[in-house]
Design a protein around this ligand. Structure first.
Ligand SMILES: [Zn+2]
Length: 596
């Protein structure tokens, strides 16, 4: 049975490059799960985009003295280049700065207003007398009133991780000119989350049995201790989505409110681009569809509590307002498998201190599968993990090269050389051959179950274990000796080895798709396992923007054991992975210090 699977991945802010912690936090796990479901034959829609609005972007543009459109586009295009190189196979990676997203977000706002979940209120906000303007959250820094950290942003503290109420900040200072701001009254729309608290709590309780405890426990705990309190959804800023109400010119929808709506608007944009404008409903209103949200731990409450509240609050009215037709409810998240953080050499990754391994820079020196492998085996699924250069090299050399690569490298060139570039005919297989084939075939069940439940480390560890079993099989049977005395025995071994390699290629494919695709071609298959990623520019009234898209192959690979046929023609093989010099770790650490 084919299922509709929505893979929704956190939207990166257009004010900083993407580092390995971001990749392992959300983009890579989402991609692995997407690729697995595509192989299974499910209908996958994987979306995200650049979060182009909000103060992080305007602050960056101010600091550079460049137009904000130019700054957001520069980061947006870098994200696209990185995801293409790293194989993060978005069906659509777009931006929040599109006419479509504006319309979707404004319709959500109007639906919430219609359903009685919005109200307006004047609140004190930091105002800069010197700049004659209000200063939204990140324009103000000061001392955290919870933990005493002196460089807290007014909306969130980077040390204790708490979301802050900006007007409570101690010793405030303006990021624009360092002056001391004062509190002045300004009017805003608020989302009355307290009215939605019972449905959100119930939504979370229903998912308690299968969500990560780190996600559901934290969210329910926060609701039980503090409740869901109203939050402002507009702010005094001119870069963003205008509030769709007369008399509110000069104010915008708050990014926390509109960027999550991107999951929905990106699906709608994808449907429009592909010429089936209603197709997004298969993932958003079909009740059997499953929506997975891949995010880092700093975003848990946004996705596990506030976003479900928004979706519940708009009811059927969003579709009525957006389409002018009959309304339907929108699907809530099926799972929010949030990851913890990855540190770097024992310290917290910090973009501003340059203590980071940047994705594009890394890929200028190393292969994407080496990155994907290490970031999966070391993924911070339940607790923080650490990027360690020695470990990166050790995992690459001991596992990718010495276990999986070695298995392939011993069998494939040997078959190519001794059987005229074809898969040998084994005749009747021996018990030892049948046993290893059955062992690997069971992996489609065990690895598949881990992937369904988003236990990606466990899935990869199990796949690697199966590759080790196959190495033991090759050691035991030793076809390089068999061939000297009994070529038909060697044919059985090499056929069996190629067949388990053909299966393992599929099991490894969601994690390390580039090498699986190469191997797939070496094994003589003409149709690729996966589709292609490509850049697709879109015109828009708000300005042209690039998108990253994915072309689904037909028929493509499938999540099934190998049915390799004797005499299939092989391609001339080459090693799949590169061994790395251990001394590189020192070099990379020096590079970090230099940057710092
Ligand atoms: Zn704090």
């Amino acid at each position: 049975m084919s299922n509709n699977i929505l893979i929704a991945i956190a939207w990166p802010y257009a004010n900083a490059e993407i580092h390995v912690g971001n990749i392992t936090g959300s983009h890579l796990p989402g991609d692995i799960v997407a690729r697995y479901h595509r192989l299974k034959g499910d209908r996958v829609l994987m979306v995200s985009g650049t979060d182009s609005h909000g103060t992080p972007v305007t602050i960056r543009a101010d600091a550079e003295g460049r137009p904000v459109e130019e700054v957001y586009q520069r980061f947006h295009n870098q994200f696209i280049e990185l995801f293409k190189k790293a194989g993060i196979s978005y069906d659509l990676f777009t931006t929040t700065h599109t006419t479509n997203h504006f319309k979707v977000a404004q319709s959500m706002f109007l639906a919430l207003n219609k359903n009685g979940y919005l109200y307006t209120e004047s609140r004190p906000q930091w105002y800069s007398p010197s700049a004659k303007r209000f200063l939204p959250d990140r324009y103000v820094e000061g001392t955290c009133y919870i933990c005493g950290y002196e460089d807290a942003r007014s909306d969130q503290c980077d040390r204790c991780g708490n979301v802050l109420e900006p007007e409570k900040l101690l010793n405030p200072r303006s990021k624009v000119d360092g002056s001391t701001p004062e509190l002045r009254e300004t009017k805003h729309f608020f989302l009355d989350l307290s009215k939605l608290e019972p449905v959100v709590a119930e939504f979370l309780r229903q998912r308690q049995h299968y969500w990560r405890e780190t996600v559901v426990g934290q969210s329910l705990g926060q609701i039980e201790s503090e409740g869901l309190r109203p939050r402002p959804i507009t702010r005094d800023l001119d870069w963003g989505i205008p509030v769709p109400v007369e008399g509110w010119e000069g104010k915008c929808l708050y990014v926390w409110f509109e960027n999550v709506i991107g999951y929905l608007s990106a699906a709608i944009e994808w449907a429009q681009i592909t010429g089936n404008p209603e197709a997004w409903r298969d993932w958003w209103t079909d009740l059997s569809a499953k929506a997975f949200y891949f995010i880092g731990k700093d975003n848990i409450f946004f996705h596990a509590a506030w976003w479900p509240a928004q979706l519940k609050g708009v009811g059927k009215e969003f579709i009525e307002i957006f389409t002018g037709g009959e309304g339907t409810l929108l699907n809530l998240p099926y799972d929010v498998p949030a990851n913890q953080f990855m540190n770097l050499e024992g310290q917290k990754i910090s973009g501003s201190r340059n203590w980071a391994v940047w994705g594009l820079d890394f890929l200028s020196r190393y292969d994407p599968d080496a990155l994907r492998y290490y970031l999966t085996i070391n993924m911070p699924e339940l607790r923080d993990s650490d990027w360690d250069w020695d470990e990166f090299i050790a995992h690459n050399n001991n596992e990718l090269v010495a276990t999986w690569g070695n298995l392939v490298n011993r069998a494939l060139p040997f078959a190519y050389k001794h059987w005229d570039g074809c898969v040998p005919d084994p005749g009747e297989l021996r018990p030892i051959d049948k046993e290893i084939i059955a062992t690997v075939e069971r992996g489609f069940q065990t690895v598949g179950e881990h992937l369904e439940a988003v236990r990606l480390r466990a899935a990869l560890v199990e796949t690697l274990r199966l590759a080790s079993e196959c190495n033991k099989y090759q050691d035991k049977t030793s076809p390089w000796f068999e061939i000297k005395t009994d070529k038909s025995a060697a044919a059985k071994t090499i056929y069996t080895a190629l067949r388990v390699i053909d299966s393992l290629k599929v099991l490894f494919a969601p994690f390390i798709p580039f090498s699986s695709e190469l191997l797939h071609a070496y094994l003589g298959y003409k149709q690729p396992l996966f589709g292609e990623q490509y850049i697709d520019p879109q015109l828009d009234k708000l300005g042209a923007h690039n998108t990253l898209r994915y072309r689904t192959p037909k028929p493509g690979g499938s999540w099934e054991p190998s049915n390799l046929q004797p005499s299939q023609r092989l391609e001339q093989p080459a090693p799949l992975f590169k061994k790395l010099e251990p001394l590189l770790a020192e070099e990379e650490r020096r590079r970090l210090e230099k940057l710092e």
